[in-house]
Design a protein around this ligand. Structure first.
Ligand code: GLN
Length: 187
């Protein structure tokens, strides 16, 4: 199995370290020719969704990736990655728009912008959750399975081959959310 990690900006190295620990092959996606490599799954890291969206378009990768996601390429979006996948983003433009959710960016206000908690994740158990200027899922529409809540908000969800978390599982030691994604690919 080989995972492509979008490495334009943001917290992609942390996802790489996670996959190294899990002894899973990966490669970085930095330019269009990197998309010639075969991938079984795709990770969109945290960072700044507007910057990543702009770079994806400038580098001529946006449409290729959108088509692959819409055709069922398994994808895991964390934080800004979640925003890029959402069909609706409150007061902001949308990008891939492949996931049937409405998202609010920078949603917890200044004080709660970054925080740590431990909450239940469906099918896994209680996991650490680090939020960094995080969004939340304001609404999950048809076909979306809610996987986790924190502070009364939806913070993880799945729709078919798409998995999103508002928090950053890659910054903690716990590999179980990444394992969930790899299991999703295998099924
Ligand atoms: N606030 C960022 C955005 O709107 C997301 C933050 C993150 O990915 N840690 O894109």
């Amino acid at each position: 199995m080989k995972i492509g990690i979008l490495a334009l900006q943001g917290a992609f190295l942390e996802h790489e370290h996670m996959l190294q620990r899990m002894e899973t092959d990966y490669f970085e996606i930095r330019q269009k020719k990197d998309l010639e490599q075969q991938m079984d799954g795709f990770i969109i890291p945290g960072g700044e969704s507007t910057v990543m969206g702009k770079l994806l378009k400038e580098l001529d990768m946006f449409e290729i990736l959108r088509d692959r996601i819409l055709s069922g390429l398994p994808v895991f979006g964390t934080c800004a990655g979640l925003i890029l996948l959402a069909k609706e983003v409150e007061d902001n433009p949308t990008y891939f728009g492949s996931m049937n959710i409405r998202v609010k960016r920078n949603a917890y206000g200044r004080q709660l912008g970054s925080f740590y908690t431990r909450q239940d994740f469906a099918g896994i158990g209680v996991i650490p959750m680090s939020f960094i200027r995080a969004p939340y899922i304001a609404e999950a529409y048809e076909g979306v399975q809610i996987l986790a809540w924190a502070e009364g908000k939806i913070v993880a969800a799945r729709q078919g081959n798409q998995l999103v978390t508002a928090f950053h599982p890659e910054v903690n030691e716990d590999v179980r959310v990444h394992q969930y994604f790899l299991d999703m690919i295998c099924r």
